[in-house]
Structure formats: C-alpha cells, structure tokens
Design a binder for this molecule. Structure first.
Ligand code: FOL
Length: 259
C-alpha cells in the first residue's frame, strides 16, 4: 500500500491558540489566508518519465465538521481542492461519482465518518484511478489524481492526524500577536522550541502537553523546524520570510517536519 503523506496546515498563536467561538481568533489576515489558499491548491510537479507524466488533478483538504461550518459559505467548498469533511454523523462514506475528482472545481464534497475512512477513500482514488503513482524531484509520493493531502483543522482533526505516522509535516503560521482563544492545537512540542521567553509558565498552563511529547518520542517521531529554503521548495514559491505584519498583527510562516 502506498504510504500517503499528510501535511497539517494551521495558524496558531504563541501558546498554540487556533480558534475562538467557532471561528479564527483574528480577522484581517488577508495575505496569510491567501498563502493558505495558494499552498493548499498548488499541486506538486511530476517528474520523469515524461511520457507517463501525469499531473495530479488537485490536492485534497480534510477538515472536521466544525471547521467546515466555520468557513464562510461563499468560500466553501474551498475551490480547486477536493474537500473532505469528517463527521461522525456521516452515515457512510459518500463516494462521489467516478468523475467527481475531475469535477471537484464544481463543488464536490466527500463526507466520511472518520479520518481513517477518508484516507482509505483517498487510497482507493489512487488504486482505482491511477495506473502508476508519480514522483516529483523530491521523491514525494502522490496519489494519482490526488496530489497533496492537507489536514486543515480543527483541534480534533489535528489530534487524530498527529497520531498517524502518515503525518510528516506541519505548515505553521506562528501568530506573534496575542489573541484570546478557546481552542488550541493539541501538541505543544513546537511551542517549546519556538517561543522566546516565558515557556515555563505556558508549559504549566497546558495540561497533558508533556505526555503528548513523550508519546511522540516513544513513536520515534521528532519534530524539527526546517529552514526557509526547504519551505520555499516544498511550497513551490518564495514564501515571505521573517516576521510579517498585517493590520497590526505579526506572524511568521514556518515548516516543521518529523523523521
Ligand atoms: N492555516 C493557515 N495558515 N491559516 C488559516 O487561516 C487557516 N485556517 C484554517 C485552517 N488552516 C489554516 C481553517 N479555517 C477559509 C476560512 C477559514 C479557514 C480556512 C479557510 C477560507 O475561506 N479560505 C479561502 C480563502 C478565502 C479568501 O481568499 O479570503 C480559500 O479559498 O482557501
């Protein structure tokens, strides 16, 4: 079975806050949101053999039901991406028609009752619709018509995804300005390495963090921040480097990977 690779995408405050009252804690980060849209849309380039080159049709974005609800109606389904919504009340995996992936531009949404079922669906897309998987120059595995697979939230989805070995990468937008939050990213291993200063206090505040870090270590996983060149190469663009500022909010684009 093809190892499918998952990338988490999120924006989080220094203490890993990602949400407030069912929506994002901040407003007015237009360029940040544009980055999210570009990166999740861009399919990785295929590489040789050129005769068999098959560009994936589009990337997939997997989200929990509450995250789906949080996206403004006019923006959902997120265009140019296969949208997969996880909901326990999804009666069954709703298989779109055979042409659904090609037609995803025209608002196809797949619902699945669990992340595992969603991944099984994506695997099936590969085995049923792709004669051979393609590889790009960095040997990234793609799934035929499906390019990259992103987990776009929320906390429950990130939590489920972090438990999977398939999750290899986190595109983290570190928001450096403080915002009130009631929802947090469920892993603070990043926080410890990233924030300058008062780690101790925050670490105490977040229960279960230590346990989670140990769990990751036991699995043999280890998250490391990659440099700008690696981020640019993976994102397929020159990602704005260093601290950005929009409407008085400061943030930084980062990429983390685990072995
Ligand atoms: N990751 C990052 N880096 N920033 C985020 O804001 C973010 N948000 C979510 C998940 N990962 C993220 C979940 N929330 C839209 C709205 C909320 C949302 C995700 C996406 C949304 O409307 N996206 C449109 C862009 C619309 C626009 O141009 O303003 C899209 O097409 O992606």
């Amino acid at each position: 079975m093809l190892p499918l690779e998952l990338t988490l995408v999120l924006a989080a405050t220094r203490d890993m806050g990602i949400g407030l009252n069912g929506t994002l804690p901040w407003t007015g980060l237009k360029k940040e949101m544009a980055y999210f849209a570009r990166v999740t849309k861009r399919v990785p380039p295929s590489s040789p053999p050129p005769s068999q080159q098959q560009q994936p049709a589009l990337n997939a974005v997997i989200m929990g039901r509450k995250t789906w609800d949080s996206i403004p109606a006019r923006f959902r389904p997120l265009r140019g991406r296969l949208n997969i919504v996880i909901s326990r009340s999804a009666p069954l995996l709703l298989f779109p028609s055979a042409t659904a992936v090609e037609n995803a531009e025209t608002n196809v949404v797949v619902m699945a009752p669990s992340l595992e079922q969603a991944l099984a669906y994506l695997q099936q897309q590969h085995t049923s619709s792709s004669p051979s998987h393609s590889r790009n120059s960095s040997s990234e595995t793609t799934l035929g018509k499906i390019g990259r697979v992103f987990i776009i939230g929320g906390a429950q989805m990130y939590d489920a995804a972090l438990a999977l070995r398939e999750t290899r990468r986190i595109l983290l937008t570190r928001v450096l300005t403080d915002f009130a939050c009631d929802t947090f990213f469920p892993l603070a291993a990043l926080q410890q390495n990233v924030s300058n200063g008062d780690d101790g206090e925050k670490k105490k505040k977040m229960a279960g963090v230590e346990e989670e870090m140990q769990e990751v270590e036991r699995e043999g996983g280890e998250w490391k921040r990659r440099g700008q060149a690696a981020l640019d190469a993976w994102a397929g663009e020159a990602v704005p480097a260093g601290v950005q500022e929009e409407n008085g909010t400061r943030y930084e684009f980062q990429m983390w990977e685990r072995d």
